[in-house]
Ligand binder design. Structure first.
Ligand code: F6P
Length: 474
């Protein structure tokens, strides 16, 4: 029997959905599941007072989508509460924003148990289980408690900070520490992986001889770095075709020959939008010769709107944009176009293709696929320039971008001017290096390497079992 891949994530990109699920996770998992036989299990995105106890099941090609609705309490405590008001800020180094409550923590564990109960009805002994992101850290422990011995891997899409930050989280062993129940834990960067190693050692674990595994409470956890990529060639083709679309042409025409800078981020404090807007305003102040000649299009779909910090941010960014436009704008020129809506992949690909510069400047980001998509979308003969935060995971792969520290607002004007005036030769050279990299580390390699490493854990586990069995007779 062919082993099925059972993917578990909070959000599932349902084939029936009208809107594309936000964030890099859904793009990555969708691409990774292409051509594989398997199950994608998670939350339906629906919330109700009394959700049905049975999941909804949709079959599409070789994938079975199995999704559960959440109750209002589950949504508030597990998703908005512990996952997004505690784990999200803490793992993004923003302990000042974390708001821990025991009620939310209990809700988090409860939803992981509900997921495990439902998965128990689905999982077959030969299945490979791949769990994604911070919403589901305790899931392996819950599955083990229900008797499942399948290989279970976990991939964290967001950053993993050093232990000094992690230990600010009350009862961190009960959430972060439960990653030790996985056979393999994967991270976006070496830095994230090493921080995890330090944390496991701090909990009393020991590092294996080759540095790729740890033992804690007699459980072996293998670790690795698996940077998420994109479907590079497919995205490049999409952008080439989208350039000729009516939509892209109308965006270009609306610019009336002005140079275009683009930013595309979910509304989130980790994305550093106020710094970016202030940085662009400082560019306009420093280089008045660019007035009326460059426009920043900032595309920002709102998310997690019922969390106070997100609502506050939405207001703050809108006010900031209004102030900058009021101060610098002209009757025939709006310096910043701020758009709170979701565009399709094709529309985004077209915009990236015609944008002279992408501003991808998060304060902290697991990977950031917009950076990679922008590079893929460029015309290699006349490519645009990527300005990238050194704190995005993507900076490890894309070091030929113009790297900046987004905490220094004064770093923006120089980088933007350099990008706008960069010679064709330098643009081509930087783009060539980055394109080569994103071809190498594409999304299929990510999935292949992770699943191969997960399969290895089984072999290594068998060997260890045989060794300890033999040593009992020595
Ligand atoms: O990639 C990080 C992530 O939190 C994903 O887990 C998530 O699907 C995405 O960002 C978007 O966030 P949300 O699902 O909360 O809208």
């Amino acid at each position: 029997m062919v082993a099925r891949l059972v993917v578990v994530s909070n959000r599932v990109a349902l084939p029936t959905a009208r809107k594309q699920a936000a964030g890099g996770l859904s793009i990555a998992v969708k691409a990774a599941m292409k051509g594989r036989t398997g199950v994608w299990f998670g939350w339906s995105g629906k919330v109700s007072e009394n959700p049905p106890t049975q999941p909804q099941i949709i079959h599409r090609n070789k994938i079975t989508f199995v999704v559960l609705d959440l109750s209002t309490a589950d949504y508030q405590e597990y998703y908005s509460g512990y996952a997004n008001r505690v784990l999200w800020p803490t793992l993004h180094y923003r302990v000042d924003l974390a708001e821990f409550t025991r009620t939310d923590f209990n809700g988090y564990v409860r939803v992981n148990q509900i997921f495990a109960d439902n998965l128990s009805n689905i999982i077959q002994p030969e299945d490979i289980i791949w769990v994604h992101d911070y919403h589901l850290m305790p899931l392996a422990r819950e599955l083990r408690r229900r008797g499942h011995e399948n290989p279970i891997g976990f991939f964290l899409h967001i950053p993993y900070p050093p232990p000094d930050i992690l230990t600010t989280l009350p009862h961190h062993e009960e959430s972060l520490g439960t990653l030790s129940y996985y056979d393999l834990v994967g991270f976006q960067t070496d830095n994230d992986r090493d921080n995890f190693g330090r944390y496991i050692v701090m909990l009393g674990g020991t590092e294996g001889r080759d540095g790729t595994s740890f033992t804690l409470d007699r459980r072996t956890i293998r670790v690795g770095t698996f940077p998420v990529g994109i479907e590079t060639a497919i995205f490049a083709r999409l952008a080439r075709n989208a350039e000729r679309s009516a939509f892209t042409r109308s965006v270009e025409e609306s610019l009336g020959g002005k140079r275009l800078l683009v930013g595309a981020d979910r509304l989130d404090y980790t994305k550093g939008l106020p710094n970016r807007m202030e940085g662009f305003a400082q560019f306009l102040l420093a280089y008045p010769e660019w007035h009326g000649r460059a426009t920043l299009l900032q595309i920002t779909p709102t998310s997690r709107a019922d969390i106070q910090e997100y609502a506050d941010m939405n207001r703050a960014v809108s006010e900031l944009v209004g102030r900058i436009n009021g101060h610098h704008g002209e009757a025939d020129w709006t310096p910043i176009r701020y758009v709170n809506r979701t565009y399709s992949r094709t529309e985004l690909a077209g915009i990236y293709r015609v944008a002279d510069i992408a501003l991808v400047t998060p304060l902290r980001d697991g990977m950031n696929l917009v950076a990679k998509e922008y590079v893929a979308a460029q015309d290699p003969e006349d490519p645009g320039v990527l300005i990238l935060s050194q704190f995005a995971g993507a900076a490890a792969d894309l070091d030929a971008a113009l790297l900046i520290n987004p905490h220094e607002v004064e770093a923006f004007p120089g980088a933007i001017k350099h990008a706008l005036e960069m010679s064709l030769e330098e643009r081509r050279e930087r783009h060539g290096l980055m394109y080569k990299k994103i071809q190498e580390v594409d999304i299929h390699r990510w999935a292949r390497r992770f699943l191969a490493a997960l399969a290895q854990t089984q072999k290594a586990g068998l060997l260890e079992g045989i060794r300890s069995f033999l040593s009992a007779f020595a």
